[in-house]
Every structure is written in structure tokens, then in C-alpha cells.
Write a protein that binds this ligand. Structure first.
Ligand code: PLP
Length: 488
């Protein structure tokens, strides 16, 4: 047998395939407590095949596994609408301080004054940033923030004996959670069209807004990565019709320190701490989507809301609260990370975050627009929405480009969203990437465009060098294999 060498040879065997009978990773010390009877043998299974491996094998297995995925700590990750920005490590350090990490949600309030004060301070900062001073940190995700905001809308109309208002108007470019949250909150969804420039079609909105309008949900900046130029007029149309304006501020990355949603006339918004405020995300959580409202609506906020009283900090229930929307106070350790982020930047620093995010996206747009169509040929905000429609005509779809980018160590941009843009590739570089990284991305995107004419098979078969190569998308959707089984 010949043994070949290769520095890049990484052992990618499954843990099960490393198993050797009776090998162990850990030896339990002799028991120093009285022996307990085993459970009835009918509860014990002997058909569970478990790997028998040494501790070193386990460490190697998980260390390799942790490297097989893309993450913001390993790769450029321009996933539009998801704001994969750098998660500063000082945030983790702060959140892991024993006074913040080793506390329990049911502990008496007087023993966790510092933690509640942190929540109050974060509430105040989010109120200041959005111009909407009533804040609850309870929602565990952006979608839950939307849901809370829509329940607040319903409570507001119900309190005014205006319960006929059951329609949520949502733009056709909206994030899918918007209509879904509206439906969950018991509202009917009416879709307003976008015009040729990607803005809300104001005339269409005028036709839709009436005595049944409960709320209009607008993503700001829009999912096209654009600032809505008619925003003041739009808000006036909705207010004149008696409805409330909800801003989806999941991605406030373009507006920090520049625009306050409350100043525009927005009544309610949410923001994702796991996007705009640099807390980690992916893998299903933990997330955090605080909901912010005007003073008038603050009494409806979900509980709890941190408050300062004469007797110190308390977790209060607002007067006409929609109630709890989950257990306890939301994602505390995530709130602590966002607090660290905001405090370490200060309001001025936050403004430069947005300025740099906007410059980065516009730089990419300007450097690629001769090769790729733009969703809208004007300055964008923090994300550039490209279209691969010209490439599609030459035989390479947006999906193929996204797959080929993986070969260059770049995570795919968001694809086929917003839905109204053909072959959409939504690129969000964020403020945390360097000029060199952006230049590398631009060069790769230009090279892929050249490859369409020279070596299209390279694109069609990509990715070539990843642990998982090209998937059968249809089969993956129809017959997903969701867990590992011994049979393989
Ligand atoms: C991500 C996102 C949401 C949903 O946030 P989750 O935390 O995933 O529930 C809502 N709206 C917009 C515009 C988003 O980008």
C-alpha cells in the first residue's frame, strides 16, 4: 500500500465510522453514593448503535465539523437582508461576565439590579436610535417582533372601538415574515404593488387604504435596498385613513444615527439585534427582535418592560399589555451583546457604521453594473440588489453564480429575493468588511461573468471543493434526508 501525503488531507469520516468496539472517551469514576436500582429493562434499548471512540477522536471530529460550514468568522458572507456582520468578541466577553451569565430569570429582582438596568439602558438606546421610545425586548426573533407589533395594532384599534380594521397592507417586495405575521395576528393581507423604480406604488396604496386598514407594513430600507422616497406621503395616506404604520427595521444598518423612524411618523417598528446590532445569528438562534412604539402605544407593549422606579429597577407589565409572548424576558445574553456593541460604538460610531455599510454596497454596485443588471439604477442603501438576467440569457442562472462563488470562499448572496426581481442576487457587504475583501468579491464576480463564455461547465458544476458539492435541488426539497442513520 502506498501512503500519499497532502497537507490539506482532513479526516472527514463520520464519528460512527471511527468507532472501535470498547474504545471510550471518558471513564466514570467509581461511585461514592449508594447504588440505585436500574430502570425496568423494558425501558432499556440495545438497538441504539453509538460510536465508541476516544476523546481525541471526538475532539478532532467536532473541530473538523466546525470548519465545514461557512461562518462570518471564516468567510465573507454577503447575505443580503440578513446582515452577516462581524460579531465583536468583546460582546461575548461582556455577556459572559458571571453577574450576567450566571443568573436565573426567576431570581428576585433586588438580586439582579445590574441586569435589569442593562435591559433598561438597551431599551433607552433602541428608543433613541429609532425615535420610538416605548421598547420591549421580549420578542425572540424579528418575526416575533412583527407579531407583537401587530397585536399592539389590534389592541389599539380595539380600544378605540374600531375593530372593523382587519386589513394589513403589505408591499409585494416585503420579507415573507410580514404577511405571515399579519395572518397569524388575525389580519387579512392586501398586497400593494411596487412601481417600476422599486418604490411603493402610491396610487395603488391610495386605492387600498380605507376604513378597514389596520396597519401598513413597510420595510425600511426596502427589500430592494432602497430608501422609499415617498415615505412621508405614504405615511400620511395611511394615517389619514386611520391606520397605523409599521416599519420592519430588521435591517437598520443603513439608518443608524441618520434617520429616526419615529421622526418620519412611523408608529411601530422592530429591529433584529442579530442583524443590525452584531449579535450572532444563523443555526436557528438565539435571536432577538425588540419591538419599539410611540409613547401613545407603549401601554400595549408585551411584558416585561424594564423600568426605573424609586425602589430601583423592576420588570414591569405595561398597563394594557398584550401579555407575554414567550417565557421570561427575551434573549438576555443577546441583549447583553447588543448593549456592548452600542455602548462601545456610541451614537457617533453607529452613524459611521451606517455610512460605511452604504459606501460598501454602492462601491460593489458601481464596480459591477457594467456586467450585472441592477434592480434599480440609482444609489442603494446598505445592500446592492443585482440581477443575473443578462447571465441567464447566456446560460448561467443566479443560482449557478451563487454556487460558483463558494469555490472562491465567498458565501452566496441572498438569491431570488426580492421575488419581484428576476434572478435577484442581493449583496450586503456590511461595514465590517475591508476594501480588499470587497475588491476580491468584485474581481470574482467579474471573473465568473467571463467564465460564462470560456468555461461554463466550471460554473454549472460548482461548487467543486466543498464537502458537499452540487445538490439535486428538486430531490433535496422533495425527499429531504434530515438525519443520519446507520444505514446511510
Ligand atoms: C430577517 C428579517 C425578518 C425576520 O427576522 P427573524 O429573526 O428571522 O424572524 C423580517 N424582516 C426582514 C426585512 C428581515 O430581513
Amino acid at each position: 500500500m502506498t501512503i500519499t501525503t497532502g497537507a490539506g488531507d482532513i479526516d472527514r469520516r463520520l464519528l460512527m465510522d471511527r468507532s472501535v468496539p470498547r474504545r471510550v472517551a471518558f471513564t466514570v469514576p467509581d461511585s461514592d453514593v449508594p447504588f440505585q436500582k436500574l430502570p425496568d429493562s423494558s425501558y432499556l434499548r440495545d438497538d441504539v448503535e453509538l460510536p465508541e471512540v476516544s476523546q481525541l477522536e471526538v475532539v478532532r471530529y467536532f473541530s473538523v465539523l466546525s470548519q465545514l460550514n461557512f461562518s462570518i468568522d471564516t468567510n465573507f458572507y454577503p447575505l443580503g437582508s440578513c446582515t452577516m456582520k462581524y460579531n465583536p468578541k468583546i460582546n461575548d466577553e461582556l455577556a459572559n461576565l458571571p453577574g450576567l451569565a450566571d443568573i436565573h430569570p426567576l431570581q428576585p429582582e433586588e438580586t439582579v439590579q445590574g441586569a435589569i438596568r442593562l435591559l433598561k439602558s438597551l431599551q433607552d438606546d433602541l428608543g433613541e436610535i429609532t425615535g420610538l421610545p416605548g421598547v420591549s425586548l421580549a420578542p425572540l426573533a424579528g418575526a416575533q417582533g412583527e407579531y407583537a407589533g401587530l397585536l399592539i395594532t389590534r389592541a389599539y384599534h380595539a380600544a378605540r372601538n374600531d375593530a372593523e380594521r382587519t386589513v394589513a397592507i403589505v408591499p409585494d417586495s416585503a420579507h415573507g415574515t410580514n404577511p405571515a405575521s399579519a395572518a397569524m395576528a388575525g389580519l387579512e393581507v392586501a398586497t400593494v404593488r411596487s412601481d417600476d423604480h422599486g418604490n411603493v406604488d402610491v396610487e395603488n396604496l391610495r386605492e387600498l387604504a380605507d376604513g378597514r386598514t389596520a396597519v401598513f407594513m413597510l420595510t425600511i430600507p426596502s427589500t430592494m435596498g432602497l430608501f422609499e422616497p415617498n415615505i412621508l406621503e405614504i405615511i400620511k395616506i395611511i394615517h389619514d385613513a386611520g391606520g397605523l404604520v409599521y416599519a420592519d427595521g430588521a435591517n437598520l444598518n443603513a439608518l443608524l444615527g441618520i434617520v429616526k423612524l419615529g421622526d418620519l411618523g412611523v408608529d411601530i417598528c422592530h429591529s433584529n439585534l442579530h442583524k443590525t446590532f452584531s449579535t450572532p445569528h444563523g443555526g436557528g438562534g438565539p435571536g432577538s427582535g425588540p419591538v419599539m412604539v410611540t409613547d401613545e402605544l407603549a401601554k400595549y407593549l408585551p411584558k416585561p418592560v424594564a423600568e426605573k422606579t424609586e425602589n430601583g429597577y423592576v420588570l414591569a407589565i405595561p398597563e394594557a399589555s398584550i401579555g407575554p409572548i414567550n417565557g421570561f424576558h427575551g434573549s438576555f445574553s443577546i441583549a447583553a451583546r447588543a448593549y456592548a456593541y452600542i455602548k462601545s460604538l456610541g451614537l457617533e460610531g453607529l452613524q459611521s457604521v451606517s455610512e460605511n455599510a452604504i459606501i460598501g454596497a454602492n462601491y460593489i454596485q458601481a464596480k459591477l453594473k457594467d456586467k450585472y443588471d441592477l434592480a434599480a439604477d440609482r444609489y442603494c442603501m446598505h445592500e446592492a440588489v443585482l440581477s443575473a438576467s443578462r447571465q441567464k440569457k447566456r446560460g448561467v442562472a443566479g443560482l449557478d453564480i451563487a454556487k460558483r462563488l463558494l469555490d472562491f470562499g465567498i458565501h452566496a448572496p441572498t438569491m431570488y429575493f426580492p421575488l419581484i426581481i428576476e434572478e435577484a442576487l442581493m449583496v450586503e457587504p456590511t461595514e465590517s468588511e475591508s476594501r480588499e475583501t470587497l475588491d476580491h468579491f468584485i474581481a470574482v464576480m467579474r471573473q465568473i461573468d467571463d467564465e460564462i463564455d470560456s468555461t461554463p461547465e466550471l460554473i454549472h458544476e460548482a461548487p467543486h471543493d466543498l464537502p458537499v458539492t452540487r445538490l439535486d435541488e428538486a430531490k433535496a426539497a422533495r425527499k429531504p434526508v434530515l438525519r443520519w442513520t446507520a444505514e446511510g
